[in-house]
Design a protein. Sequence first.
Length: 392
Amino acid sequence: MSGETTPSHAPLGGTDRRHLNLDAGGNSRLTELGRTAYLQALEDGWADPRRIHHDGRRARALFDGAREAVAQVLGARTEEVWFAPSPTAAFHAVVPALLQGRKRAGNTVVTSKVERSALLNALAFTGADTRQIAVDEQARIDSEQFAHEVALPGVAFAALQHANHEVATVQPLEAAREATRAAQVPLLVDATSSIGHLPAPQGLWDALVASPADWGGGQGVGVLALKARTRTRRTWPEDQDAWFPGGTSLPAVFAAAVTLQEAERERQQRATRAHALVERIRSAAALIPDVQVLGDPSARLPHMTTFSCLYVDSEALMSQFDRIGIAVGSGSACTSATLEPSHVLAAMGVLTHGNVRVALDWDVTEADVDRFLAALPQVIAEVRGSLGVDGL
């Protein structure tokens, strides 16, 4: 008998050692067109767009064109669109402004238990009386309860996501909009996970926040759209003619607008391809023992899915995938610093640990998904084995 040993299975990840990023939720790769637009704006839009000289006017033309392009996709007027340094900054500007503008109506904000932390943190910081609507196991609100809550006295505004950023479920935004209109309450829509992937919710919002980093537009900019009729009161001491004093990076703004147009042109094609790839992932994950696939199976974002694995830790799974050159996210928001489980998954009543979130970038291929699926059962088995749980 020789001293050689035979491995029980192929090396994790196969022979392909390229780094593969399947964690594009909120952090998609800048497209080539976006890169070109960014460099063009660096060359042509370096001046202060508030200046009246030639270079300033050229920069202003780029800015105005970007604003108009984004407004067209969102179903807004050009003057109703603003650019923030980030989506979080947009939330932190619009939430107190809506509360101040509606303070005669009350200090209550109706929202759901599965909203993005940036929104919930902004509400908590303002001291608003937040009334959170429960969700079902798919992370979807009860439309009737939402309508009941927004019709009660003292409601300043309501806030609801278009689609969930962890499990991809689309919310009943049309019903929510009908309820807020009937109650004459403004509706703030978090579209940070949906714009570029789903048709924009035109006509279904009074205020809206979007994230260019999610559609391939790069970091360093967020979008705030606000209907002119919506009552607000700005809460900063300077530059009352602008929502974000000091301005925003013009190259980032221009790249965001150009890539949004690109995403809209290719949205159906991208969505069809991503949906098919995600269906493969969901089906493969469901075949693994003690794995639960989360989120609505049909009314969801096309490029994202999350599943929970019993007997494993999310951080261990992510580390094991990273070791073989595959980056994935976690449906759980727990971090090594806080060790707190995801409030989204907790609200759904599902497993809050051992979660993997896959969000496909615009350039992910079928071969990339093949590589991930080949490694998936082995990674789960090895992590379970390291914890003393029998492998698959």
